[in-house]
Ligand binder design. Structure first.
Ligand SMILES: [Fe+2]
Length: 192
């Protein structure tokens, strides 16, 4: 049996790419970009697909690069998570939109202790949300959202879609004890 192509796995992908190009023409603000693209990502999820086309590694959640381009700049990833797998605490330096295809995706938002009114140089988790299949949420920068994402340890895998206003082969991760922010080259499977 042959693996499905990306267009078979995400049948709404060609339309999403075209609509994103139109929506991002003229370099809208991050807030306007997110407002325009949230319904477009929601439509991609509504178009259905085959989440089984995206495998996941044992050691870590797996990032599948589905589309990226420079003009206008945006990238789309499918991410697959085994139960209990999480990203490090990180930011993207760009706006982003997250949608859930399968399972439940948990998001935790962080802020520097100095901003949260706490002592010390680290970061504190100040908000948690659980996203169910079909949920789509966006975030903007600046100020960039510092967060981590993961799959609850409930025995089920999670498949999510991530649309960013930039290439996202690398991003910044944080040490929550010291507050140190460092560049991070993320592993990914490229389908483009
Ligand atoms: Fe993120």
């Amino acid at each position: 049996m042959t693996s499905p192509t990306i267009s078979e796995a995400l049948p709404g992908l060609p339309e999403l790419i075209e609509r994103c190009r139109v929506a991002l023409a003229g370099e809208p603000s991050a807030e306007d970009a997110v407002e325009r693209l949230v319904p477009i990502l929601r439509d991609l999820i509504s178009a259905g697909g085959d989440p089984e086309a995206f495998p996941c590694g044992d050691e870590s959640y797996t990032r599948h690069l589905v589309h990226e381009q420079q003009d206008p700049p945006f990238s789309l990833y499918t991410m697959v998570w085994r139960p209990g797998q999480w990203t490090p605490v990180h930011d993207h330096g760009a706006w982003g939109i997250v949608g859930v295809l399968e399972g439940e995706l948990h998001e935790e938002n962080y802020c520097p202790n100095s901003v949260c009114g706490e002592d010390g140089p680290g970061l504190l988790c100040h908000a948690r949300v659980a996203l169910s299949p079909g949920s789509v949420v966006g975030f903007t920068a600046p100020p960039d959202l510092v967060h981590r994402s993961g799959s609850p340890d409930n025995g089920h895998r999670t498949v999510s879609l991530h649309l960013y206003g930039a290439e996202m082969g690398s991003f910044h991760v944080y040490n929550c004890e010291t507050g140190e922010r460092t560049s991070y080259q993320a592993e990914q499977i490229s389908h483009v």
